[in-house]
Design a protein around this ligand. Structure first.
Ligand code: HEM
Length: 187
C-alpha cells in the first residue's frame, strides 16, 4: 500500500474530517511556538531511562540535533498538510527508529509523553468549552501518527524476515529497516 493510500485509510478509520484539520491549524497558533520547549521536556523524559539515555548520548551532538528534528516534527502535527508526503515522512521517521532498534515499548510511551505535555498546555491556554474539540482533533492526528509508525515497523519486520533475518524479531526489525531506508522506501 502506498503512503497516500495508507493515510486515506487512517483518515477514514479515525473519522478525521476537514473540521479536525482546521482545528489543528488553529491550535498551531498556541502549540507551534511551544515546539522547542516540548522538545526539551521530551528529551529530558527520555534521558531518565538508562537505555534510552545511552542511545541518545552515544554520538556527540546527537541530542542537540534531535531537538531541532523533534521540533520540526511537532510543528508538522499542526500544519494542516496531511498528504502522501506527510505520511511518507512519518513512515521514514518510524524506519529511522526501527533501524536503531527502538521498539514499540519505547515509542508508544514516548508518544504518551508528547500527549501529556501538549494536553497540559491546551488546558492552560484554551477556554473550558474549547478544550474538548481541541483534544478530539489532537487525539485523532496522534492516532494517525502512531499507526503510521507502527505500519513502518511491520514493513521493516516483514522485509527483515524476507531477507532471512530470523534470529530474533529485533534483528529482523533492524535489518529490514536498514534495507527499506537504503531503498528509499516508503513510497
Ligand atoms: C513520539 C516519539 C518520537 C518522535 C516524534 C521522535 C522524533 C524523531 C525525529 C523527527 C528524528 C529524526 C529522523 C530522521 O533523521 O529523519 C528522530 C531520530 C532519532 N530519535 Fe526519535 N522520536 C521519538 C521517539 C524516540 C525514542 C523513544 C527514542 C529513544 C532513545 C528516540 C531516539 C532517537 C534517535 C537516537 C534518533 C537518531 C538521531 C540521529 O540522527 O543520530 N526517539 N526522532
Amino acid at each position: 500500500m502506498t503512503s497516500r493510500a495508507l493515510l486515506e485509510t487512517l483518515v477514514r478509520r479515525t473519522g478525521f474530517t476537514e473540521t479536525h484539520c482546521q482545528k489543528l491549524v488553529e491550535l498551531g497558533e498556541h502549540m507551534i511556538p511551544l515546539a522547542s520547549e516540548v522538545a526539551l521536556a521530551f528529551y529530558d523524559y527520555l534521558g531518565k531511562d538508562s537505555e534510552m539515555r545511552e542511545l541518545l548520548w552515544a554520538i556527540p551532538g546527537r541530542v542537540e540535533r534531535l531537538y531541532g528534528s523533534f521540533a520540526q516534527w511537532y510543528k508538522e502535527v499542526f500544519s494542516g498538510q496531511y498528504d502522501g508526503a506527510y505520511a511518507q515522512r512519518r513512515q521514514r521517521i518510524g524506519l529511522v527508529h526501527a533501524r536503531l532498534g527502538i521498539g514499540p515499548s519505547e515509542m508508544i510511551p514516548a508518544m504518551g509523553i508528547v500527549q501529556e505535555l501538549s494536553l497540559e498546555h491546551l488546558r492552560m491556554v484554551l477556554r473550558p468549552h474549547e478544550v474538548f474539540p481541541a483534544v478530539e482533533a489532537f487525539e485523532k492526528i496522534i492516532s494517525i501518527e502512531i499507526a503510521l509508525i507502527e505500519e513502518s515497523y511491520l514493513a521493516a519486520m516483514e522485509e527483515g524476515l524476507r531477507q532471512g533475518s530470523a534470529a530474533s524479531s529485533k534483528v529482523a526489525l533492524v535489518r529490514g529497516a536498514e534495507a527499506l531506508l537504503e531503498r528509499g522506501a516508503p513510497s
